[in-house]
Design a protein around this ligand. Sequence first.
Ligand code: F6P
Ligand code: MG
Length: 498
Amino acid sequence: YDPKVPTYQTSDPTSFAHKSARERWPAIITGAIDDVHRTVAKLPDSDKDVVAEGKSIISSLGSLKYELQHNRTLSPIPDDGFPDIEGYNLELAARGPPTWHNVEWLFAECYLYRRLATLFSTAKTPFWRDYDPFYRQKMETFKSSRPAVLELAAEYRGIITQIRASKAHAPVAQDVTDEKAIEEAEKLLFVEMAEICLWGNATDLSLLTSLTYEDIQKLQGSSARKQSEKNILVNDLERAFQVLNAAHREGKECRRVDIVLDNAGFELFVDLVLAGYLLATGLATEVVMHPKDIPWFVSDVIPKDFQALLQAMADPRAFYENQDHAADEQGANNNNDDTTAKTTPPAPLSDDEAAAIKFLFDDWSHLHSEGKLILRPNRFWTHAGGFWRMPHVASGLVEDLKESELVVFKGDLNYRKLTGDATWPATTPFTEAIGPLGPSSGIRVLALRTCKADVVVGLPEGKDEEIRAMKGGGGDSGARMWAWSGKWAVVQFSDGKA
Ligand code: F6P
Ligand code: MG
């Protein structure tokens, strides 16, 4: 069911897969080891079983890292009771089994996170069974996004208040000119919100091995966004807007938008900003968000991250002003032996800042409780393969997505999965590269993707070559290096319903 075009491999020195398998993944496992260590160190001695199991998880993580660094074969994943394990293990056997440094990139990276998840999901003590070794890191990074969060919260409150006021005073546009003006304003804001949402993806934690928190803050502010507009290589946002606007103007009763989520923290925050905007304007009557079920690619959203975000918003002062880590909620007692807790205290929030965040919390929790903002996990999102397989392995999900006006796929991994992570020429039409989710699939796709991997499609003739020739673009090394860092982006649309 996969594309016939060859896929990216960890054996290929010109692919980002090569560096990922040899440098990034060991660093990510080390991060997980450190996290579990920190938690174990804070557990009371009386929790003997939990401490012992924590130490055994640390040792299993160490073995996994050893296997990876010494190019051992990928071993079968232990059964944790979920049916996707069988799929992983069958595919592993069918592939050889392969070794870490000579395996398909997409398969191996998904395998890595699925295997990591079983170290916790097969635990005997409930403490570790639901443990997310990336939670602490996700919350820390979210905290460090404070300047951008405050800026957006104020902007969001202003926009939503204005929309509500104009709807209350002028429920129907007076004439065609009014209607056009409203439509134009809605389009501009839609494009702005969607671009915020796009660049919110530039900062995922699996790339943090090469970014500092300061780099991240710079990437998130509004001036950075303006500057980055020229880095959007293809921008189909207007087409997506036309679709939503048409459904709205036709008065279609249920106008659903789906967001296949990517990362937690700041990115989830901006996804909610977009969702709130769509619901306030009536461009959507329902927004369905699709998180992962298990910790995934370090920073991806799992349902607990959604709860944690809302909780942080509910009491922004406690979240931003309390130096003890929110992550310590994850079970371990906070006994303050952490040296990071002794740095300069964060500046207190002003009353207005706290009120703007509280406004968001009230708005989003209200939309959630009214059933307009829905969270819908599905195990398919953490399967090994690309989305070309969706009709065969998740037909129920395909039927569900057909109900939506627009399905927004966030981020790099979703894009790799849409295109099967294959070595398509960069000029391949997007609609062709997404195979069964393309024309006549019944699903309208919008990919919002900052480029952090090799695959790129739908570019105009000569564009790839032009950027390769720029500084850091890869030159004639054979590597598409410009596409690895999140600096460039594509926004691509496929009208599968036409
Ligand atoms: O490029 C690095 C990488 O880890 C890719 O392997 C993966 O596709 C991506 O980052 C994850 O990024 P995102 O969170 O945008 O999907
Ligand atoms: Mg991600």
